[in-house]
Design a protein around this ligand. Structure first.
Ligand code: ACO
Length: 352
């Protein structure tokens, strides 16, 4: 059996605490001007005590379930994309499954910033083959716990947050029309946490030298990202039988405004077709695309029949892109509240 998939629910959660560029001016040798010019980022949300990948995920997932009108027990699978799992094991997905009261299989997926699109493509396989009717896909990161706040070249870039979608079986042609996944693991040190895994169990010396934190060769990653974003998007579009001109909204990974601008230029997209919100969140890795999608919907930039182009790159290095035809009718939201706050139950959506 082969059918269609549709996003029927979506939700996001970001922690309340905000770190601005001015806050960083007091922490490291940097300036609002440097951060804004080089990245476009103005502020980012940072998890507080008691918050973790699972708590952020649960808040985003509850919104997505409310919006879809789907009960947790009707979920056929839960996938959590993250590099910031609560524990080495069990998986964060296990914790989310339990908190939601779901009974289905649940696992974590690791492809760094590309993790959400990797997970969405896995969910699509389950849904389109009939193996699952509804799959909860979450992208979540608490990068503030693994970023070195004495390293100005990385600490200003990242933020915390979670985004979730429900991918459901649908009779309506639409949903994920095409995707591409990629990996180049030749030089993992381009972006990694050098210790703490089985190759290099953490030592006191490591901690002294701060090797338990993110390390990045920024220029290398930048060069890679500017090349791969356009290429990956074009591949996914070709797999969907489409061209860039047919995209209604481009929702790229939110790492750096300059990288997004290069990709948009390569794809010949006007600014109004490019979604950017990194100024408010920084790079939230696997959470960036689902958070951006939620905001694009809230801003009325996603409409039934719209073709969305999603593309990400990340540590690995990895990359992923997907073309999604939006088929959910967005119900009017009477309960729209402040950023990051919990939302009440919204009208269930109809899927056309
Ligand atoms: N404030 C002030 N100066 C800084 C800062 C800072 N926060 N960070 C670096 N600098 C300095 C450097 O020390 C360097 O100084 P020098 O010339 O005296 O040596 C100077 O600024 C230029 O540094 P570059 O690294 O060349 O700056 P660049 O223009 O390349 O911007 C950046 C750096 C923003 C990190 C860029 O390379 C980039 O965005 N790379 C991609 C990073 C990325 O997207 N990573 C996420 C991947 S997704 C994932 O999986 C998490």
């Amino acid at each position: 059996m082969s059918g269609f998939s549709a996003i029927t629910g979506w939700g996001k959660y970001v922690p309340e605490k905000v770190l601005t560029n001015q806050d960083f001016e007091r922490m490291v040798d940097t300036s609002d001007e440097w951060i804004t010019d080089r990245t476009g980022i103005k502020e980012r949300h940072i998890a507080g005590p008691g918050e973790s990948a699972s708590t952020l995920s649960i808040a985003a997932a509850r919104q997505a379930l409310d919006r879809s009108g789907i009960a947790p027990e009707d979920l056929g699978l839960i996938i959590v994309a993250t590099v910031c799992a609560d524990y080495p094991f069990p998986s964060t997905a296990n914790l989310v499954q339990n908190a939601l009261g779901a009974r289905c299989g649940a696992f974590d997926m690791q492809a760094a910033c590309s993790g959400f699109l990797y997970s969405l493509s896995i969910a699509h396989q389950f849904v389109s083959t009939g193996a699952a009717k509804h799959v909860l896909v979450i992208g979540v990161e608490v990068l503030s716990r693994v970023v070195d706040y004495t390293d100005r070249s990385t600490c200003v870039l990242f933020g915390d947050g979670a985004g979730a979608v429900i991918l459901s079986a649908s009779d309506e042609p639409g949903g994920m029309l095409g995707f591409t996944l990629g990996s180049d693991g030749a030089n993992p040190e381009r972006l990694w946490i050098p210790v703490g895994g089985s190759a290099s169990p953490i030592t006191v010396e490591d901690i002294r030298e701060r090797r338990q934190y993110v390390r990045m060769q920024g220029n290398e990653v930048y060069r890679f990202a500017t090349r791969i974003m356009g290429t990956a998007m074009e591949e996914a579009l070709a797999n969907a039988g489409m061209t860039a001109a047919e995209m209604d909204l481009f929702i790229p990974h939110q790492a750096n405004l300059r990288i997004i601008e290069v990709a948009a230029k390569r794809l010949n997209l006007p600014p109004e077709k490019v979604f950017v919100n990194l100024e408010k969140y920084g790079n939230t890795s696997a959470a960036a695309i689902p958070i951006a999608l939620c905001e694009a919907i809230d801003q009325g930039r996603v409409f039934p029949g719209a073709h969305l182009g999603l593309v990400a790159f990340g540590a690995g290095l990895t990359w992923a892109a997907a073309v999604v035809k939006w088929t959910a009718v967005v119900a009017p939201r009477a309960d729209r509240t402040e950023e990051g706050s919990a939302l009440g139950r919204a009208e269930p959506l109809s899927v056309r």
